[in-house]
Design a protein around this ligand. Structure first.
Ligand SMILES: [Zn+2]
Length: 219
């Protein structure tokens, strides 16, 4: 009995092996997706840091964040909104930035009586301001209180995998009992980024992120 394969059989086998290999390779390069919710927080400029915490003060890193170089600082401030409503223990995130910025969920803004727009981080022109109190001083932030737009960080290789470019919008489907699809997830590409969606606590609560079993990011 012959064990030799006929030519068509060999061709079929080779094709199957090639397809399986390609499938495995694709799976291997598919980047792992993580979704994190950001609680309300503040970014500070050098000038504002020193006004709040004293000259020469440096932020103390308390806990590293998923994106390399970013951290939750030990420092917190108090935000004073209109009609003297407060948010205390507002966490400062490092590193320092060129402009100070406060990121709140709508729930926070409503409790303060502030009408805040949805903006990408750093895009703060014309947004509401607030008074910020630190242990060594107080500043008036003329603008910079926003609800951060839901966004996905990725590096150029991950962007190529999804076929997206800077500023594109993607869809994030969060499955589960409170399943939600977010239709306007802003793409932010940077060499040092790791694939990671950032949403705020209102969005995370709405989609039951802590219970989600399936998460899918698509173009
Ligand atoms: Zn982010």
């Amino acid at each position: 009995m012959s064990t030799a394969f006929s030519r068509p059989e060999v061709e079929t086998l080779v094709r199957q092996v090639t397809l399986e290999y390609l499938a495995r390779t694709r799976t291997k390069i598919a980047p792992a997706l993580t979704v994190h919710s950001s609680a309300r927080h503040m970014h500070l400029s050098r000038e504002d840091l020193e006004a709040l915490f004293g000259p020469g003060h440096e932020l103390t890193a308390d806990r590293p964040l998923f994106q390399e170089g970013n951290f939750a600082a030990r420092e917190t401030v108090t935000l004073v909104g209109p009609r003297s409503r407060l948010i205390s223990n507002l966490r400062v995130l490092g590193p320092l930035r060129s402009k100070s910025q406060v990121e709140l969920a709508y729930t926070d803004a409503i409790s303060l009586g502030l009408d805040i727009p949805i903006r990408l981080s750093g895009d703060i022109a014309g947004t509401p301001g607030a008074f910020i109190m630190g242990p060594r001083g107080m500043i008036e932030l003329k603008e910079g209180v926003i609800r951060a737009a839901i966004h996905v960080h990725m590096n150029p290789a991950e962007a190529a995998h999804f076929g997206v470019k800077q500023g594109d919008l993607m869809k994030l489907r969060v499955g589960g009992d409170a399943g939600v699809t977010f239709n306007r997830v802003h793409v932010r590409i940077d060499e040092r980024s790791r694939l990671n969606v950032h949403m705020d606590t209102d969005e995370a609560n709405a989609c039951g992120l802590h219970l989600a079993k399936e998460i899918e990011l698509t173009k």
